[in-house]
Design a protein around this ligand. Structure first.
Ligand code: ATP
Length: 386
């Protein structure tokens, strides 16, 4: 167990076309035993960040430390971290037992008995103890994934570094493995850095999420902080499925004026906006109200474009009145038991306590939703920090 610190870490690659800043001045402090998920779109620099922690890439600038000791210039073998790759990287000619014990035989002076015990224990923990004599090509993808995890576990490392470990599995198995990995990490209590582009994995598995875009750290926080208190429009749009709705607006006389609507603001909301008048109004799909008709200040006449029934909920695409229906700007999620039809005229409620407002130029969050209304008797843990 260990805490892992990235201090002003930058990685610049050079190729014929010039410099690529893959990771740009990233600071992250991962606590002992913490499950940190590094998430972001393809090319944002998450694998490069993980590979620098593993020692597979050297940072151009900055320091990586494990328990306060700089490891930046140590080789992968000299760092007590274990990496699991998306491709599993198993040796095809070796059995499961061979794959799991090989690293210990080569790189440690553990006795054969100790190695045997570690392999047996890890295999039992992962439910692959009956597969120890098989070769990788005799295993399913999920079983191969477990072997790759087992090989990391037997090393008893200071930290696990997992790079998209579930990406090659089908949706059902991925969801099962998400839960299994969480239990495993809790049991082992080993610091874990987990890379994924999948915001569902980030939300469901992590103690904290670090969101990267274009090599830059956008936010680091609990899943609920990132969801309810996004630092900027990028995080707000990346975390959450379906994504938050964004409506470009200008601030005029205390109202947000969009192409098809005007939205009056309370003074407390207005006070958060400073002098910026070029803004973006954000609202999550589950916070939009689908009404029979519009009546209040924050309700607008609309027309349903299409409804996607999911069973448990319906995703409803809605256009504002006066807009071509097929240019629907809003996505709302409502109960699957509610019947709404395409082309139906409805009211759309955008409650002010649920709105986010972003700077239209920088994307910075100027105002985030109230949480008072969702706290109820039991405070919403993990989202309190502003
Ligand atoms: P993905 O999810 O697609 O794997 P990622 O977020 O993990 O993406 P990285 O693989 O870290 O992103 O890449 C970040 C940037 O650095 C990309 O623009 C990529 O093309 C570039 N890059 C990565 N490795 C190299 C390399 N060895 N040489 C040159 N450029 C590289």
């Amino acid at each position: 167990m260990a805490n892992v610190t990235l201090d002003e870490v930058t990685k610049i690659f050079e190729d014929e076309s010039g410099e690529i800043v893959a990771v740009d001045d990233v600071n992250i402090d991962i606590k002992d035993g913490e499950f940190l998920v590094l998430v972001g779109p393809s090319g944002c620099g998450k694998s490069t960040t993980l590979r620098m922690v593993a020692g597979l890439e050297k940072p151009t600038r900055g320091t990586i430390s494990v328990d306060g000791e700089a490891v930046t210039h140590l080789s992968p073998q000299e760092r007590n971290v274990a990496m699991v790759f998306q491709s599993y990287a198993l040796y095809p000619h070796m059995t499961v037992r061979g794959n799991m014990s090989f690293g210990l035989e080569e790189a440690t002076d553990l006795s054969d008995e100790e190695i045997h015990t570690r392999v047996e224990d890890a295999a039992t923990m992962l439910g692959i103890d009956d597969l120890l004599d098989r070769k990788p090509d005799e295993l399913s993808g999920g079983q191969q994934q477990r072997v790759a995890l087992g090989r990391a576990i037997v090393r008893e490392p200071d930290a696990f570094l997992l790079d998209e470990p579930l990406a090659n599995l089908d949706a059902k198995l991925r969801s099962e493995m998400r839960t299994e990995l969480q239990h495993l990490q809790e049991d082992l209590d080993t610091t874990t850095i987990y890379v994924t582009h999948d915001q569902t994995e980030a939300m469901t598995m992590s103690d904290r999420i670090a969101v990267l875009n274009d090599g830059k750290l956008q936010q680091i926080g609990t899943p609920l902080e990132c969801y309810h208190r996004p630092n900027n429009q990028f995080v707000a749009g990346f975390i959450g499925e379906p994504s938050m709705n964004f409506l470009p607006v200008t601030l005029e006389d205390g109202r947000l004026v969009g192409e098809h609507f005007e939205y009056p603001l309370r003074e407390e909301t207005r006070a958060n906006l400073g002098d910026q008048t070029d803004l973006v109004l954000g609202i999550r799909p589950e916070d939009i109200e689908i009404l029979d008709a519009a009546s209040g200040d924050h309700e607008f006449p609309g027309i349903v474009d299409v409804v996607e029934p999911m069973g448990n909920e319906n995703t409803v695409h809605v256009a504002f009145e006066g807009q071509d229906r097929t240019e629907s700007e809003l996505t709302a999620t409502i109960s699957g038991m509610r019947n709404v039809e395409g082309a139906e005229s409805i009211g759309v409620g955008i409650p002010e306590n649920a709105i986010h407002i972003f700077d239209g130029e920088t994307g910075e969050s100027l105002h985030n939703r109230d949480l008072g209304d969702v706290e109820g008797d039991r405070p919403l843990r993990g989202a309190e920090a502003a």
